[in-house]
Design a protein around this ligand. Sequence first.
Ligand SMILES: Nc1nc2c(ncn2[C@@H]2O[C@H](COP(=O)(O)OP(=O)(O)O)[C@@H](O)[C@H]2O)c(=O)[nH]1
Ligand SMILES: [Mg+2]
Ligand SMILES: [Zn+2]
Length: 390
Amino acid sequence: MSKAHERSHLSSYHPGEEQSTSRSLAPDTPGDGRLADLGWSAEIAHAFAPYAGSHHLARVSRVERGGAEVITDEGQIQATYGGDILAAAAADRSWHPAVGDWVALRYWPDGRITIDAILPRHTAMVRDGADRTSHAQVVAANVDVVVIVEHLDPEPDLGRIERLLVLAWASGATPLVVLTKADLVPAPEVLRDDVAAVALGVDVLAVSAPDAEGLDDVRNWLGDNRTMTFVGPSGAGKSTLVNALAGAEVMPTGEVRASDGKGRHTTTHRELIMLPGGGVVIDTPGIRAVGLVANEDAIADAFPDIEELVEQCRFADCAHNTEPDCAVRAAVETGELDAGRLARWYKLGREAAYQARRADVRLRQQERAEWKRREKALRGYYRLRSGKGR
Ligand SMILES: Nc1nc2c(ncn2[C@@H]2O[C@H](COP(=O)(O)OP(=O)(O)O)[C@@H](O)[C@H]2O)c(=O)[nH]1
Ligand SMILES: [Mg+2]
Ligand SMILES: [Zn+2]
């Protein structure tokens, strides 16, 4: 990321070429693009300062193959990727612009608008590369709060919540758990307490969409134009919650009704939504594909209770198996630690270790390929020299 930033920063600077008259603002989004409403901050202004004389600040609202839709202070416009951006993204997919990125835009005299640089991301939701060669892909950038949405009816799945907590912590954002459908259960607070016991250090709120119960608590959390994204199983009520917060049908909900054609819209839905009361919602198809990304720190963040116990074991490398004075096993025996939670912690740890090994193999393969390339280039160079010498 910082490399991409550096490279773009080095791109030539031609203030004379700037022409503010060449802007092509989308006419259908008047006043939609207030940067302050988009979560603009002093930190972003600082990162943008080197570009301020030659570029315009914008936030990416949709990513496409040949370019991106961005929001500027004046509205939503279409931009293409500058050469530095394309070169950086070709080297590493995580340097490709993502929804939520703050970018430096250049308006060219011929009317073209290019994204020349991505400002440093403060958080990133990453989709692990599916194959051995591809890099991790950023599916949402600069998300402040990852809202983990889980239903109270059927009963909340604690393991799923723990897993999503790891994912949220790994992104660098703050997790928030919102339990939906409180209207369908007799004692939502009891279930809420069960969830709170596995979501340590995280706020757990219960809401009911039909009677707008608990929505203000969610709103309070999302003030200050924070950027949020909603994760959770299909049917949990994510879209319903976003619509309730927006006070409008910004997302389709429930089942698709085939008979009257309602529910499925041919128009692609928006991936970055500004809520009228403040706050930005990012919802991209990629977010639903985000898997657990190997990150032991994130597991430690999601399981601070177990981390604390591990530190109390007599041996630093305790496997919590047959070792004497194992604090983890002792806590299970006294009932202080739930055996199910311990089993899930083990499982997530194994997954993280597997992913780290796989990423390592990938890295070594890339390094080998790079050395092969250099060797070949060097041989070519000597051939050329010896050829010249003859
Ligand atoms: N009773 C009740 N139903 C809800 C609530 N929230 C969502 N639903 C319903 O649950 C279904 C799935 O909601 P939706 O928002 O589409 O879920 P998503 O797949 O997570 O986006 C819809 O039929 C909603 O009307 C709630 O708080 N109470
Ligand atoms: Mg939905
Ligand atoms: Zn132990």
